[in-house]
Design a binder for this molecule. Structure first.
Ligand SMILES: [Cu+2]
Length: 259
């Protein structure tokens, strides 16, 4: 897992969602309350559970998930519930119930794979994009490039909407180069991982398997130098992990500036 932050619905499992663009007719509904948008951003970018998933036993993973849901997500979900506009209270309730269930069971995949949970969270994200004033950047992943990614962006909350139009699985990791570092991302990625991660930090993650699946990566971008990168090995399709070189070496790295 490369990502440093995670969304409450995803936890790096790259569960893809089917985004539906709900039409929004009324002008006076154009702005959502700031407190709601802040609460939604907070839960979307909540810190990950403190656990090494590759080293942990299944029991340790369940315990970590329960603790994370109860201690990190539940307070954020309570704030979101309090601030939610009427238009989204039903969807927020579904999300809050999912957090409560996760705190009880620790079973991410069951809780967040439910169609009604995915739909509610997708609808919430659609609402947020339309009402919170966040920047939307549509990025199409192909084998092996990111299309549509700009070379400069304004600082602020930004959602990278990933669509996979390739034959392989792809991810979109948003990385920020630490201030004072001068190497390009291509140079950084050539370093041993530990060394590279002292010079750049992942700030958001999205993953979409082959087959036109959708996901998004949300972050509040500070000014700096960033990249989008895909670290999946060539040959990764569906549940099959490829054994080829990582996609960024084939062209899936895109540097950009945030001002
Ligand atoms: Cu890729």
């Amino acid at each position: 897992m490369k990502q440093g932050t995670t969304r409450w619905a995803v936890l790096g499992l790259a569960i893809s969602v089917s985004a539906t663009a709900a039409a929004c007719g009324e002008d006076r509904a154009a702005a959502a309350p700031n407190a709601y948008c802040d609460a939604s951003l907070a839960i979307e970018t909540a810190p990950e559970p403190d656990i090494d998933f590759e080293a942990a036993s299944p029991e340790e993973q369940v315990a970590a998930a329960r603790t994370w849901a109860a201690d990190t997500l539940a307070p954020l979900a309570a704030t979101l519930r309090k601030e939610a506009p009427k238009a989204v209270t039903d969807e927020v309730d579904v999300g809050v119930a999912a957090v409560e269930e996760l705190a009880a069971t620790g079973d991410f995949e069951t809780v967040f794979a439910r169609p009604e949970v995915q739909q509610a969270l997708t609808d919430l994200h659609t609402y947020d994009l339309e009402h919170c004033g966040w920047t939307r950047v549509d990025v199409t992943a192909k084998d092996f490039t990111f299309e549509g990614a700009p070379s400069t962006l304004q600082a602020g909350v930004t959602s990278f909407e990933l669509r996979n139009a390739g034959q392989e699985n792809h991810e979109l990791v948003v990385l920020r180069r630490n201030d004072g570092v001068t190497e390009s991302f291509t140079e950084l990625f050539a370093l041993p991982e530990e060394e590279a991660m002292q010079k750049a930090e992942p700030v958001a993650f999205a993953g979409a398997n082959a087959g036109e699946e959708l996901d998004y990566a949300l972050a509040d971008l500070a000014p700096g130098t960033y990249a989008l990168a895909c670290f999946l090995p060539q040959g990764s399709i569906g549940d099959h992990d490829g054994e080829g070189p990582p996609h960024f070496t084939l062209g899936m790295v895109h540097e950009f500036t945030v001002r």
